[in-house]
Write a protein of this length. Structure first.
Length: 311
């Protein structure tokens, strides 16, 4: 279990880079960094398959299709959505919105299993809603009339990314906890191939219009370094870490570790902007984090405590 927890925390720290990368690589677009980094992810995954332990052998066609789809849509799609969300809504709102994933995953599990009375979730859900409301209202009030549309677009993309993350997290957990679950190395490489295939299809969209025409410019060199780091470390190591966490931990516990991505993402974004959070951002974020912790504690207590014995 300790290995699974450490893997999940490392993954959160790496995935939190998604909330700052699109701003660091400007003037390159979010699509540029997404396509190039996932091309690298796919190329690394393919190269590693020269080693037998990394080859996705022995998997059914259904499992192969699932792995490719999770990589292409769940990973690539999530990063692209959150990248544009950060560009539109800033450093605070997107990680706070996606940070509700632990609670939503637990709610989905409760809908399926009916293991907890809904009245017990009222307090944490109210705290989370209040936190999001405080931050959103403050952001809308501070925004100029020309910025409101972009801010709302960023919020919408954050919600879309959140839904994709939940679908990815649940599908990945189901696969890795099945009796015929694939090896973590093979499953990570298969998702990398899915990402690389989609990136290859999208390459013509960025090859002609990107500013990557001057390899000697500082902007291009910074972009390539970030793409390499994201493709190898954030994508391959991060995906492998999450596969390990999904394999070794129950879904309710692994979902808690998503909070690490929120915390690191906020920290990276505020460091990039070289500022402290505003009162509204700090207060709203604290309300939400408290709500997430309370909800996770409720679900974890429910799963750990044995059922009372009837005499």
């Amino acid at each position: 279990m300790l290995i699974g927890i450490l893997a999940g925390l490392v993954t959160g720290a790496l995935w939190g880079l998604a909330f700052v990368a699109p701003r660091v690589v400007a003037p390159f677009s979010a699509l540029d960094i997404s396509v190039v980094r996932y091309l690298i992810f796919g190329a690394v995954s393919l190269a590693l398959m020269a080693i037998p332990q990394f080859r996705p052998t022995g998997l059914s066609w259904r499992m192969l299709a699932m792995g490719l789809l999770l990589g292409a849509i769940g990973t690539f799609g999530y990063f692209l959505a959150i990248s544009y969300a950060v560009l539109l809504a800033g450093a605070v709102l997107p990680p706070l919105i996606t940070g509700t994933a632990p609670v939503l995953l637990a709610i989905v599990a409760n809908v399926r299993e009916r293991s907890l009375p809904w009245r017990r979730l009222c307090l944490p859900l109210l705290l989370i809603a209040a936190g999001l409301g405080v931050v959103n209202l403050a952001s809308l009030q501070e925004a100029s009339s020309g910025e409101v549309g972009g801010l709302l677009g960023g919020v919408a993309l954050s919600v879309f990314a959140l839904l994709m993350w939940i679908a990815y997290g649940m599908a990945n957990a189901v696969v890795m906890r099945a009796p015929d679950a694939p090896d973590a190395l093979r499953w990570t490489g298969l998702q990398g191939l899915g990402c690389g295939a989609l990136a290859l299809l999208l390459l013509p969209l960025v090859a002609g219009g990107s500013p990557m025409l001057d390899p000697d410019s500082a902007a291009t060199q910074r972009f390539l370094l970030w793409a390499l780091g994201l493709g190898v470390v954030r994508s391959w190591v991060g995906t492998y870490g999450w596969v390990v966490a999904s394999e070794r931990l129950p879904m309710v516990l692994s979902a808690q570790l998503i909070v690490a991505e929120t915390v690191f993402g906020l920290g990276y974004g505020l460091c990039f902007e070289q500022r402290w959070p505003t009162v509204a951002e700090a207060g709203g974020g604290l309300l939400q984090l408290v709500g997430v912790v309370v909800a996770v504690a409720i679900f974890s207590h429910r799963r750990i405590m044995p059922e009372p014995q009837i005499p």
